[in-house]
Design a protein around this ligand. Structure first.
Ligand code: ADP
Length: 251
C-alpha cells in the first residue's frame, strides 16, 4: 500500500518557488532517503506530508487521502531537524507529555526510552542532555503510538558513530515491521546500506529517484556530481570506494 503520494507539486513561499514539479511516493516497509544540500526543499516536502503546508499546486495523499488530525497524531511520527523540549522536564516527563498530546499509551514510554538508549538518563532534566541525547529523545517522541509512517529530518545530527549505527539498525527493524520511513539527509555516506531508494533534490527539483544501483545505471555519474553537495570530498571518497571514477568540479 502507498503511504505517501506527492504528485506534481509546485510549492511557493510568497513569490519564491521552492519545489518544482515534485512527484514522490513511499510504500509500506520502505525506506526512502531524501538527499540534498541545505535549502534544497527537503523540510518543505516533509511539511507537505505532515499537512503543515498546503500544496500551492499539485496533490498530496497520505494513507490514501488527506490524513485526518487523529491519523496525523497517531500514525505519523516526525523528528524535526531542530527538536525542542522543555529544559526543566526529565526525559521521562518529556515523553509522557508527548504521549498525552499524541493520545498514545503511557505504558510505552519507558520501553521507548530503553529502545533509544536513554533508560539510564530518564530521571535527568533534559537541559543536562547532550545534543545526541536530545536527538534520541526526539526519536523516541516520533516513535510514540507505533506510527506506520516515520519522517526523520537529519536524524543523525549530533550522534556519535556508534549511536548513528544504532539509529540505522533501529530504522531497519522498524522497516521490517512494515513502517514506511523517509530519511532526510544532506549526506549519503553511511546511510546507503539502510535505504531502499534514494531521491536527490537540488534547488527544489528532483534530480533522480531510484535504488542506488538504478541511479548509477540510469542517470550515470554526471547527474550525481552535478548535485550541489555540502561535503564533496566525502562523496568523492564514497563513490571512489564503490569503484566509480569521480572528478570533483570546482564550486
Ligand atoms: P532543506 O530542508 O532541504 O534545507 P527547506 O525546505 O527548509 O530546505 O527550504 C527550501 C527553501 O525554502 C530554502 O530556500 C528556504 O530558505 C526556504 N524556506 C523554508 N521555509 C520558509 C518559510 N517559512 N518562508 C520562506 N522561505 C522558506
Amino acid at each position: 500500500m502507498k503511504l505517501i503520494e506527492l504528485s506534481s507539486i509546485n510549492q511557493y513561499y510568497g513569490q519564491m518557488q521552492v519545489l518544482s514539479n515534485i512527484s514522490l511516493s513511499l510504500e509500506e516497509g520502505e525506506v526512502l532517503g531524501l538527499f540534498g544540500h541545505n535549502g534544497a526543499g527537503k523540510t518543505t516536502c516533509m511539511k507537505l506530508v505532515l499537512g503543515l503546508l498546503k500544496p500551492t499546486e499539485g496533490s498530496v495523499s497520505v494513507f490514501g487521502g488527506l490524513p485526518t488530525e487523529a491519523q496525523r497524531r497517531r500514525a505519523l511520527g516526525y523528528l524535526p531537524e531542530n527538536v525542542t523540549f522543555y529544559p526543566q522536564l526529565t526525559g521521562l516527563e518529556t515523553l509522557r507529555h508527548f504521549a498525552r498530546i499524541k493520545g498514545a499509551s503511557l505504558s510505552q514510554v519507558e520501553e521507548l526510552l530503553d529502545k533509544v538508549g536513554l533508560a539510564h538518563a530518564s530521571q535527568r532534566r533534559v537541559k543536562t542532555y547532550s545534543k545526541g541525547m536530545r536527538q534520541r529523545l526526539g526519536l523516541a517522541q516520533a516513535l510514540l503510538g507505533q506510527p506506520r509512517l516515520l519522517l526523520l529530518d537529519e536524524p543523525t545530527v549530533g550522534l556519535d558513530p556508534i549511536a548513528t549505527q544504532e539509529l540505522y539498525q533501529l530504522i531497519d527493524s522498524l522497516r521490517c515491521q512494515g513502517t514506511g520511513i523517509i530519511l532526510c539527509s544532506h549526506v549519503l555516506p553511511g546511510v546507503e546500506a539502510y535505504i531502499d531508494r534514494a531521491a536527490i533534490l537540488s534547488h527544489g527539483q528532483l534530480q533522480a529517484v531510484g535504488t542506488l544501483a538504478q541511479l548509477a545505471e540510469q542517470v550515470g555519474l554526471p547527474a550525481w556530481i552535478r548535485v550541489k553537495i555540502t561535503e564533496p570530498q566525502k562523496w568523492h571518497d564514497h563513490l571512489s570506494g564503490l569503484g566509480h571514477q569521480v572528478r570533483l568540479l570546482p564550486g
